[in-house]
Unconditional design. Structure first.
Length: 262
């Protein structure tokens, strides 16, 4: 099969949570530039609207703003209902919305666990569960629908920073993704995870500002992630080239998770 066909995502319908900022914005642009129809959702309506307008002007695909507070089960129900009124099928769901919380062990609050476990883990299941009928409708022979979960290398290693709820929630997400692969595979839907390392985003801004040089020096490739890195990985998993990948966790970090701290 020729390369353009193998990696094509043209005309696929995709929902990207947190698609207006950071890594989500990078992924959204990659798909729009390759002809997909991308729905962008997060609680920040202004960011969704701005990203959708900008990306649609770039084309050749299209971006559509569909804001929702993904922390809320009721909001997810509303999002799925609105999406169902517009589309009969969804080819790809990218669960990217998430939050982090860093605080000392002594003062780490219970509220951090409630917030992060809900958004980073529980609501991924909620949204995937409610969108399964639309994903099933998009399945085709040898071209399944896809669920791509944006995890973290902090779920593969123990981070030095005191981000206890974040690393635990992402580790849970990685395992949930594998569990979904077993359950949804027979229904024509794959489930895979990208374990992302440092990328320039709002979530990583303070860390990169204060520790950027050290982070780059500790990476075998000597840099942080670029937009094309995460967009390319998602396009691979969403295209025919990735149609036989199911239940995988792909580290996307330049190899930094392999580095020993001893």
């Amino acid at each position: 099969m020729d390369t353009p066909s193998l990696f094509s995502v043209k005309d696929k319908v995709i929902l990207i949570t947190g698609g207006g900022k950071g890594i989500g914005r990078m992924i959204s642009e990659g798909f729009v530039r390759n002809g997909a129809k991308v729905y962008i959702s997060s609680r920040d309506a202004k960011a969704c609207d701005a990203a959708a307008a900008e990306l649609s002007s770039i084309g050749p695909g299209k971006a559509i703003s569909l804001p929702a507070n993904l922390q809320s089960e009721q909001e997810i129900t509303r999002l799925v209902s609105e999406l169902s009124s517009r589309e009969s099928k969804i080819h790809v769901l990218i669960n990217n919305s998430g939050a982090t919380w860093g605080e000392s062990y002594e003062s780490y609050p219970d509220s951090a666990w409630s917030k992060l476990l809900t958004l980073n883990l529980q609501r991924v299941f909620t949204l995937t569960q409610k969108l399964t009928p639309l994903l099933e409708a998009a399945t085709a022979p040898q071209d399944p629908a896809r669920v791509i979960n944006i995890g973290s290398i902090d779920a593969l290693r123990v981070p030095l920073l005191p981000t206890f709820a974040y690393s635990a929630s992402k580790a849970g997400l990685h395992h949930l993704s594998r569990h979904l692969a077993m359950h949804l595979g027979p229904r024509g839907i794959t489930s895979n995870t990208l374990a992302c390392g440092p990328f320039p985003s709002k979530m990583m801004a303070h860390t990169l500002e204060t520790l950027g040089d050290e982070i780059k020096a500790a990476n075998p490739l000597g840099r942080v992630g670029l937009p094309g890195d995460v967009a390319g990985a998602c396009i691979f998993l969403a295209s025919k080239a990735g149609s036989y990948v199911n239940g995988a966790t792909l580290p996307l970090d330049g190899g930094v998770h392999l580095m020993s701290k001893i």
